[in-house]
Ligand binder design. Structure first.
Ligand SMILES: [Fe+2]
Ligand SMILES: [Fe+2]
Length: 244
């Protein structure tokens, strides 16, 4: 058996214990398997997952942003440290919030183009400038700005190699952002991002209760259950194995 076959066998065994079959979205496995092959067949006689996955912590009926932080996102210290630093640097509160959520796509959704995904997730609920800044922080991270002491991240050399060149669409979006009135807001996310990886600092989410209360328009139906343009994305984070 290849490693992939072994992993799939282990997964099959695990999902056999579940009452309902898990059929993974193409994007979960694309690359590890050729998406053109389609998903492996579901165990015969089993219904498929059509809601909450029992392997995941139960979400409240009307989930808040904090519920997603606590029950669905991976490590969030980096974002909380960024937000705390932004507060220390006396950034406007809406940008403190932007720092707090700038990498939620990495923490809980999809890594590639994380700035664009995160911006879309929060767009209906935050100030336009904040979501704009989140969208463009991703492109700006690749380009230094001496005027605010932002250098190309050393970690990027480690991650991508010396000779990495950002994709043409990232260069285009950088140029666009550079000439935009909110350029400095997106740049501020980068400035506060850069110094935010300290394993010895522990920040509590509750530190930001007031900032979130003032600047994140939490829908009364709960995130995922209002009719906003991104509520389906929140539902996918909540129910990642829903069949349809
Ligand atoms: Fe980021
Ligand atoms: Fe970040």
């Amino acid at each position: 058996m290849t490693t992939l076959e072994r992993a799939e066998a282990a997964e099959r065994a695990m999902s056999e214990e579940l009452e309902r079959a898990v059929v993974k979205s193409a994007i979960y496995t694309s690359g590890e398997r050729d998406p053109r092959e389609g998903a492996p067949p579901r165990p015969p006689g089993k219904k498929v997952m059509m809601g909450a996955d029992p392997r995941l912590p139960k979400m409240p009926d009307k989930p808040t942003l904090f519920d997603f932080f606590k029950l669905r996102f991976g490590p969030t210290q980096h974002m909380m440290q960024s937000a705390r630093l932004a507060q220390k640097n006396v950034l406007p509160e809406k940008l403190v919030l932007a720092c707090l959520v700038h990498d939620i796509a990495v923490a809980g959704f999809i890594r590639g183009d994380h700035g664009y995904w995160a911006a879309q997730l929060v767009e209906p609920y935050v100030d336009e400038e904040a979501s704009w800044a989140i969208r463009y922080h991703q492109a700006l991270r690749f380009f230094p700005d001496e005027s605010v002491g932002y250098a190309y991240p050393k970690s990027y050399i480690d991650l991508f190699g010396e000779d990495f060149v950002p994709d043409p669409y990232i260069q285009r979006d950088y140029q666009y952002a550079l000439n935009h009135k909110w350029y400095m807001s997106a740049r501020q996310i980068c400035v506060n991002d850069l110094y935010a990886f300290d394993p010895n600092v522990k920040v509590e989410l509750e530190e930001f209760t007031d900032v979130v209360g003032r600047h994140f328009k939490q829908p009364k139906e709960g995130l995922g259950f209002d009719a906003s343009p991104s509520s389906h994305m929140w539902r996918t984070i909540m129910w990642p194995t829903k069949y349809l």
